[in-house]
Design a protein around this ligand. Structure first.
Ligand code: FES
Length: 249
């Protein structure tokens, strides 16, 4: 099939950006969206033009690097799907498809479709860890983990940190990401000692990075490729409130 891409081109964070149209011919329905961009880039390179910069790594839906807004929707039209796992069979011959970077104040554009998502790393650095004593490895059965807690922690840990939640949120909030990362540790016995301090530190880092507050709109969970539910945010808010009521000594 033949399609037209309208792609956001921007030299760097300080330059203005604009949409430029590119025809792409001979697109196979079995190509992923990124493979289709590879074809475009090969053509541009052979023509002596600058290829389109876009983020990717695993191309298997697990690393969270791919990050395109396709026709205005983070990761495109398919639910529970990363951009790298989106296939061209979901589009039709003659389609005109808009491709943009994540638009969020806390994610400045680096070039074309690549944004700087290091603000998410700084939220993790603020509290996304547990402290463990040094020495020999503890007995594997020394700390029993209830099945419900293990399941909850695992569900939270499926967040791949792509930032689609931020891109979709009208407030530019990263609370779904922060809630998932805090819950992933806070649901487990090993994460209890720092649970309150972790919630406070991660939310403070979230706010310092300029992300907006959550007003429970739910766009984040609608585009999340891992299906992280909105109640991860409620759980984080409950941890914050409880820590404020009973601060650690
Ligand atoms: S490239 Fe790794 S999740 Fe898409």
């Amino acid at each position: 099939m033949n399609i037209t891409l309208r792609i956001w081109r921007q030299h760097d964070a300080d330059s203005p950006g604009r949409m430029i149209a590119y025809p792409v011919e001979g697109v196979s329905a079995d190509m992923s969206f990124l493979e289709m961009l590879d074809v475009l880039n090969e053509t541009l390179t052979l023509d002596g033009q600058e290829p389109v910069a876009f983020d990717h790594d695993c191309r298997e839906g697990v690393c969270g690097m791919c990050s395109l807004a396709i026709d205005g929707v983070a990761h495109g039209p398919e639910a529970l799907t990363t951009t790298c796992q989106l296939y061209m069979r979901h589009f039709s011959d003659g389609d005109v498809i808009d491709v943009e970077p994540w638009h969020a104040e806390s994610f400045p554009v680096v070039r074309d479709l690549i944004v700087d998502r290091s603000a998410l790393d700084r939220i993790i650095a603020a509290g996304g860890y547990i402290s463990a004593p040094t020495g020999s490895a503890p007995d594997a059965a020394a700390t029993l983990v209830p099945k419900a807690a293990a399941d909850r922690a695992f569900d939270a840990a499926t967040c791949i940190g792509c930032g689609a939640c931020v891109a979709a949120c009208p407030n530019g909030s990263a609370m779904l990401f922060t809630g998932a990362k805090a819950t992933h540790l806070g649901a487990l016995p090993q994460g209890q000692p720092e649970r309150g301090a972790r919630a406070l530190a991660m939310v403070a880092a979230h706010d310092e990075e300029g992300f907006g507050g959550c007003t429970q709109i739910g766009e984040c969970t609608a585009v999340c490729p891992a299906g992280i539910p909105l109640d991860m945010i409620s759980r984080l808010n409950a941890d914050v409130l409880s820590a404020l009521r009973s601060p650690s000594p």
